[in-house]
Design a protein around this ligand. Structure first.
Ligand SMILES: [Zn+2]
Ligand SMILES: [Zn+2]
Length: 486
C-alpha cells in the first residue's frame, strides 16, 4: 500500500492523548524546518520509499508540526455509471490549495478484546466478561477515533442517474474528520481557527466566501459551489483534487468526495467538532441536520406555536421534526408510508403520525388543525405527488417548503388560484448557511436539544458502502445511516 513508515495511534481527548510513533526507517530521514502561514512544518525527505511513489512530488513527503505522517495513497468510493456498484479504488493523497483543508476521515480500527490475555493470567470468567464489556463500550465510545460519512439520498440520485453529475466521481458529502494539512498561503485566521489535529464537521455546501451571495451571508446560494462543484464536479479553481493511484486519472468530487480516507474541503464549509459530541454520529450534522435547519430557520422561519407537517420521515425529515420541536412548534405532524418510521418519529418530537398509505394525509392534517391546515408543511421526498400534498396541507397564508430533490426535469403542480387568492408561499430550500448555521447545530447537539444518538440508526463499514446505498434505495434505513471509514 505504500503507507508512511510513521503510524500515529491517538486516543481522543485533551491531555490524556498519547502519540506513539513507530518507524522502521526513522534514522534514515533528514529534516529541515520551514514556516508556512504561521505554522511550523517539517519537511522530511526520504529516499527509502521512492519506489512506492509515482507522482512528481512523491519523493518528498510533508509532515506537519504535530508529527502526523501522511500516507502516499488512500481509498475512496468511486461511482462510475448508473446502477453499477460503487468501487473502492486507490488514489494519491489529495492536496489542499489555498483556503482549503485536508481532512482525514479514516479512523482507527480497534480489534475485539483479546480473550487470551486474561486466560493467560488465570483470571476468572466473570472478570473476563466484564473486561470484554468494558472494552466493547470503549470501542463504541466517542473517545475512539471513528469519523464517518453519512449515507444520503442525494448521492443515491446521482448513482441512479436521476441527477446528472460528472463521472467518474467520489460520492459522500457529510463528514467528520481530523485536520491534517492546510493549503499553502491559506489565511492565518483560518489556520488558527482549524489547528492541525482539531476535529471538524464538513457541510455539503462548501461556501467560497467571496461571491456575491457569500458576501451577504447567503452561503446556501454560493455561486462557485454551484458553478464548479455541482456543475463540473471540481473545486473552485475548476480542478479536482482526486487522482487515481495507478493511472493518475482525475476523478470528480461530489461536494468534498467524503466517502474517502482523506478529503479536501474549502475551509468555509467546516466547523470545529467539540469533544463533547460523538465523532461518528456528528457526521450527519453536515447534510441531514444542516438541510433541516436551513428549511426551518431560513425558509419556514418557524415560530413558537406554529403547526408543522413533515412529509417523508427519512434522515432529513426526521431531523426536521427535531428542529421544529427545538423552535417551539406546537403540533408536529409526521407523514410517511412506513409505520416503523412513524413510530420512531415520536422520539423526534412528532405529536401526530399519519400513514399516507392507509389514510388521506391532507384530510387528516386538516382534522388535526381544526380544519385549517398547518402553518408550515415540509416536503422531504422530491415526488410530484407529495409536492402537491405539501401545498394542499398548508393553511391560508401558510408556507409549503420543498427540500426533497427530484429526478432531473420533474415538474410539480399546484392550484394557481388557491396560491394567488390565499397567499400560499411555495419556498425551495437547499441545505443551510455553513458559516452561520453549522456552529448553531453544534450547540443544539451539545445541549441535547438535537438528539444525535437516536438520529443515527445504522453504521456500515467502508467495505459495505455499496450495501448501505442499496438499503437506502429499498427504504430499509429508518433515520440516517453512516459509513465508518476504517
Ligand atoms: Zn445529503
Ligand atoms: Zn460563494
Amino acid at each position: 500500500m505504500g503507507f508512511s513508515p510513521l503510524i500515529r495511534l491517538s486516543s481522543r481527548g485533551g491531555s490524556a492523548a498519547k502519540t506513539l510513533l513507530f518507524s522502521s526507517s526513522y534514522l534514515g530521514i533528514t529534516r529541515s524546518s520551514y514556516t508556512l502561514v504561521g505554522q511550523t512544518q517539517t519537511q522530511i525527505q526520504t529516499s527509502k520509499s521512492e519506489s512506492d511513489n509515482q507522482s512528481s512530488s512523491s519523493s518528498r513527503r510533508w509532515f506537519n508540526s504535530s508529527g502526523d505522517g501522511l500516507p502516499s495513497y488512500m481509498r475512496a468510493a468511486v461511482f462510475r455509471e448508473p446502477n453499477k456498484p460503487l468501487s473502492l479504488e486507490e488514489f494519491h493523497i489529495p492536496r489542499p490549495k489555498s483556503g482549503e483543508i485536508l481532512v482525514k476521515t479514516k479512523g482507527l480500527s480497534l480489534p475485539p478484546y483479546p480473550f487470551f490475555f486474561p486466560l493467560f493470567l488465570g483470571l476468572p470468567q466473570f472478570l473476563l466478561l466484564s473486561l470484554d464489556n468494558t472494552w466493547e463500550n470503549f470501542r463504541l465510545s466517542k473517545s475512539v477515533f471513528l469519523p464517518a460519512c453519512g449515507v444520503c439520498h442525494s448521492d443515491l440520485h446521482v448513482m441512479k442517474g436521476e441527477i446528472p453529475f460528472s463521472t467518474p466521481c467520489v460520492v459522500g458529502h457529510e463528514i467528520t474528520g481530523e485536520v491534517v494539512e492546510h493549503g499553502p498561503l491559506t489565511d492565518t485566521k483560518i489556520v488558527q481557527r482549524f489547528p492541525i489535529g482539531s476535529h471538524v464537521i464538513g457541510a455539503f455546501i462548501m461556501p467560497c466566501g467571496n461571491c456575491s451571495f457569500c458576501s451577504k451571508g447567503h452561503d446556501d446560494l454560493c455561486e462557485d459551489f454551484f458553478a464548479y462543484n455541482r456543475a463540473k464536479g471540481t473545486l473552485y479553481d475548476g480542478e479536482t483534487r482526486l487522482f487515481l493511484r495507478n493511472s493518475g486519472q482525475p476523478i470528480f468530487m461530489y461536494s468534498m468526495g467524503g466517502l474517502a480516507e482523506f478529503c479536501v474541503v474549502p475551509a468555509h464549509g467546516l466547523t470545529i467538532l467539540p469533544d463533547s459530541l460523538p465523532y461518528t454520529e456528528s457526521a450527519i450534522l453536515g447534510c441531514a441536520v444542516f438541510t433541516a435547519y436551513g428549511a426551518m430557520a431560513h425558509a419556514a422561519e418557524v415560530r413558537p406555536g406554529d403547526s408543522v407537517a413533515v412529509i417523508g420521515i427519512g434522515g432529513v425529515g426526521s431531523s426536521c421534526l427535531q428542529i421544529a420541536r427545538a423552535f417551539g412548534a406546537s403540533e408536529i405532524i409526521a407523514v410517511d408510508v412506513q409505520d416503523e418510521k412513524l413510530q420512531k418519529a415520536k422520539i423526534f418530537g412528532a405529536t401526530h403520525a399519519i400513514n399516507a398509505f392507509k389514510e388521506d394525509a391532507i384530510e387528516k392534517i386538516r382534522e388535526i388543525t381544526g380544519g385549517k391546515g398547518v402553518d408550515i408543511a415540509v416536503e422531504a421526498l422530491g415526488k410530484p405527488q407529495t409536492f402537491l400534498q405539501c401545498f394542499e396541507s398548508v393553511k391560508d397564508g401558510g408556507k409549503a417548503v420543498m427540500i426533497g430533490l427530484s429526478e432531473a426535469g420533474a415538474v410539480g403542480k399546484v392550484d394557481i388560484n388557491r396560491l394567488v387568492r390565499r397567499k400560499i408561499k411555495v419556498i425551495g430550500s437547499y441545505g443551510g448557511r455553513a458559516r452561520q448555521d453549522l456552529p448553531k447545530l453544534v450547540r443544539l447537539a451539545e445541549t441535547g436539544i438535537f438528539n444525535l444518538k437516536d438520529a443515527v440508526s445504522r453504521r456500515y463499514k467502508f467495505e459495505e458502502v455499496d450495501k448501505a446505498f442499496q438499503d437506502l434505495n429499498q427504504g430499509a434505513i429508518v433515520g440516517r445511516a453512516v459509513v465508518e471509514i476504517v
